[in-house]
Ligand binder design. Structure first.
Ligand SMILES: *Cc1c(COP(=O)(O)O)cnc(C)c1O
Length: 384
């Protein structure tokens, strides 16, 4: 990867772009071809074919993504879950043990709890900020430690420097799902993580019109994951590569705005008499505030809140508010709201869910690119 471009904004536009441009095209064209003519390749893996993740669209995207987090290499996959499952299956095999954060994305949680047992892979759930507990749960067969940059929907921030240090001192592979923070706010390989995972469906593409995933990190690991992805068949199609590539170019502008807008909305909600609690790492009242300040370049576009009047008031808010769209997913240009108890955390035992702090009336917000003033006005009208 060329280190030609210094800053994030410049890398987003220029890193990985064909030089010279293909036929002079300023925008990377879509190579809508599944296969490519032989041109003297000697090894099977050098043939160009979409499932081998090596077409011109894949190559440009891989270089651009790697440069964003200063990773040695990157690989895209057909969804965030394709990237996560393929990565876990590449670093773990029968007999291995994984330490994994307790409040992780539902799809990852289910993959680990429902599919690992039949493959002979064991795991223990850990808190993101308790190295003593990690030490206690460590086994001779422990291979890796897996956390998320910020948890959904409470936005708790794991002790990332401790995770990296713990992994190094016990010879484990360290993995972090960086979807919620995006490379604009956090670049895990820079601080020593071996692998950084993304659902590119969220901030990286950013327009709620593509499903894609990526894994960034150490060259030897990415190569191993690529071979597994080729066998499992989770390649990203060229048209989706093109859309993700296009979406990426505005990432810094989008996330920068979302950081500022979400902070203003969180400050407004925190002062509102109808709101009993706001979870946002940009607020001093939040437990993740000191760590987010130290590790992240921005507080993110995600927040969640509870209302004093409970569930009925939450339901009324979701009905009365006009700008936010009631829908799962996040990181797009439109503000989305959900009630995690009925969506992302529906699969959980209600008692355990409440114990984790995710009450029935908790509302999660993914702040979009609408006018901040209008968004705050709309929230104000819908609050009791
Ligand atoms: C959405 C999401 C995923 C899964 O991504 P898909 O693209 O839907 O497969 C993984 N991790 C996090 C944190 C997510 O928000």
């Amino acid at each position: 990867m060329s280190g030609k471009f210094k800053n994030m904004e410049t890398k987003l536009i220029h890193a990985g772009e064909p030089d010279p441009p293909i036929q002079g095209a300023v925008s990377m064209p879509i190579f809508q071809s599944s296969t490519y003519e032989y041109s003297g390749e000697t090894s099977h893996k050098d043939l160009k074919y979409v499932r081998l993740n090596n077409t011109p669209n894949h190559r440009a995207l891989h270089q651009k993504l790697a440069s964003l987090e200063n990773a040695e290499q990157a690989l895209v996959a057909s969804s965030g879950m394709a990237a996560i499952s393929t990565t876990l299956l590449s670093v773990l095999s029968q007999g291995d043990h994984l330490l994994i954060q307790d409040c992780i994305y539902g799809g990852t949680y289910r993959f680990v709890t429902e599919d690992f047992p039949s493959m002979g892979i064991s795991f223990d759930f850990i808190r993101g900020d308790n190295p003593e507990e990690w030490e206690q749960k460590l086994k001779p067969e422990t291979k890796a430690i897996y956390v998320e940059s910020m948890t959904n929907p409470l936005l708790q921030v794991a002790d990332h420097p401790a995770v990296v240090k713990f992994a190094r001192s016990h010879n484990l592979i360290s993995l972090v799902d960086n979807t919620f923070t995006s490379p604009i706010n956090f670049r895990p390989p820079d601080m020593g993580y071996d692998l950084s995972l993304h659902s590119c469906t969220k901030y990286l593409n950013g327009h709620s019109d593509v499903v894609a995933g990526a894994v960034l990190g150490r060259k030897n690991l990415i190569e191993k994951i690529n071979h597994k992805l080729i066998r499992l068949g989770g390649a990203l199609d060229p048209h989706a590569c093109f859309l993700l590539h296009r979406g990426l170019k505005t990432l810094a502008v989008r996330v920068g705005y979302q950081n500022r807008s979400a902070l203003q909305l969180a400050q407004y909600l925190e002062k509102h008499p109808a709101v009993s609690r706001v979870n946002y790492p940009g607020l001093e009242s939040h437990s993740g505030y000191p760590r987010a300040r130290e590790l992240f370049d921005g507080p993110s576009g995600m927040l969640s809140f509870e209302l004093r009047k409970g569930l009925d008031a939450a339901k009324a808010f979701l009905e009365k508010s006009e700008l936010p769209i009631l829908a799962p997913s996040l990181g797009g240009i439109e503000t989305l709201v959900t009630r995690p108890a009925t969506t992302s955390h529906y699969y959980m035992n209600p008692k355990e869910r409440v114990k984790l702090g995710i009450k029935d009336d908790l509302i999660r917000v993914s702040v979009g690119l609408e006018s901040t003033d209008e968004l705050i006005e709309d929230f104000g009208k819908a609050l009791p």
